[in-house]
Write a protein that binds this ligand. Structure first.
Ligand code: MLT
Length: 330
């Protein structure tokens, strides 16, 4: 993901603001007990898989177990509320994503947190290409065939997603808006269970992250019609891009990021950040993430200040997309 000059200036200013606060407190004795990592979606889905992979390595670096808790609800935003109410000592952290920490701001007028102001950013974990997938028995085998089918069948077409504002919802919302289709949304507690139903042929299509798509695609249990990126994904090179499939406007990439409660002492955030970066630099973790189609972010984005500026930019980037779609949570 490339960021412009303005982005890096903001990141540098934020880093400078964070420094004196960082010098004020120490991280001695941290962690003194197990760390709970809140995952906003169901077990087995992409956020859960990434969280477990990174959390396992972090527990070795930090010398305390990192326990996963799937705090599911309100399209992933309940976990953010949980984090806000947690003691800011680094023992509760959260893996958020494009939906929970960017798109939700424009989509949900009742969102109970401000992603930039209300959390202490730890670091960007990964970026993840998005794929449009259909059930194996679907009559379409290419993206252009699917668009024709969708336009002819939108009243009965079922589009699985992980709740209004989730990544699977917002990215398919972009696709549906671009092709001017209004299918029936079918919400799940995460794309883990949504993918199970796609594999079982219970729903027609799902926009999902590489991490969840790659194993099913390789196993031949679904049809993957397009990747919503400028170029084909290294992990699934046989899948055409959306532009190759005739829908160039369907272009989107998503991310996962780690947050701690606001007011967590900077040295504690720094210790979490070191453990996160160590996980992302580990050859086995890296290979596993890459095999699943996820990519390790640029070094600057793995830093708290880089993430903070990045989230602010992402909130701005998603606002016009959501506005154009006309969708809002009431
Ligand atoms: C998940 O982990 O289930 C997904 O990230 C949910 C989503 O589509 O946002």
């Amino acid at each position: 993901m490339r960021m412009g000059n303005g982005f890096w200036i903001k990141a540098a200013v934020l880093a400078a603001c964070m420094m004196p606060w960082g010098l004020a407190a120490g991280a001695q004795g941290f962690p003194s007990k197990q760390i709970t990592m809140l995952i906003p979606f169901a077990a087995g889905g992409p956020t859960d898989v990434v969280g477990r992979l990174v959390g396992e390595h972090m527990s070795r670096s930090l010398g305390q177990p990192v326990i996963i808790e799937n705090a599911v609800g309100a399209a992933g935003t309940l976990a953010g509320q949980r984090l806000m109410g947690s003691t800011p000592d680094g023992h509760v952290i959260l893996i958020g994503h494009t939906g929970t920490h960017a798109a939700a701001v424009s989509l949900n007028p009742n969102l109970k947190y401000r992603p930039v102001e209300d959390f202490a950013p730890v670091g960007l974990v990964n970026t993840n290409p998005i794929f449009l997938t259909v059930r194996k028995t679907h009559p379409s085998s290419t993206l252009s065939e699917f668009v024709s089918w969708l336009k002819a069948n939108e009243k009965t077409a079922s589009n699985a997603h992980a709740g209004i504002g989730s990544v699977s919802h917002t990215t398919c919302l972009l696709f549906n808006t671009v092709v001017a289709a209004k299918p029936n949304g079918v919400p799940y507690r995460g794309t883990g269970p949504a993918m199970n139903d796609l594999v079982a042929g219970q729903v027609d299509y799902l926009c999902d992250q590489a991490v969840n798509v790659a194993p099913q695609h390789r196993g031949g249990t679904i049809k993957t019609l397009a990747v919503a990126s400028t170029s084909r994904a290294a992990a699934l090179p046989d899948v055409p891009t959306s532009a190759e499939g005739g829908v160039p406007g369907f272009k989107v990439e998503v991310w996962n990021a780690m947050f701690a409660p606001k007011d967590t002492p900077a040295p504690v955030v720094a210790k979490l950040n070191q453990a996160l970066k160590a996980a992302l630099a580990d050859a086995t973790v890296k290979a596993k993430l890459n095999e699943l189609g996820a990519e390790i972010p640029a070094a600057e984005l793995q830093e708290p200040a880089g993430l903070q500026a990045f989230v602010a930019a992402e909130i701005e980037r998603w606002a016009p997309i959501i506005k154009a779609s006309g969708v809002k949570i009431e």
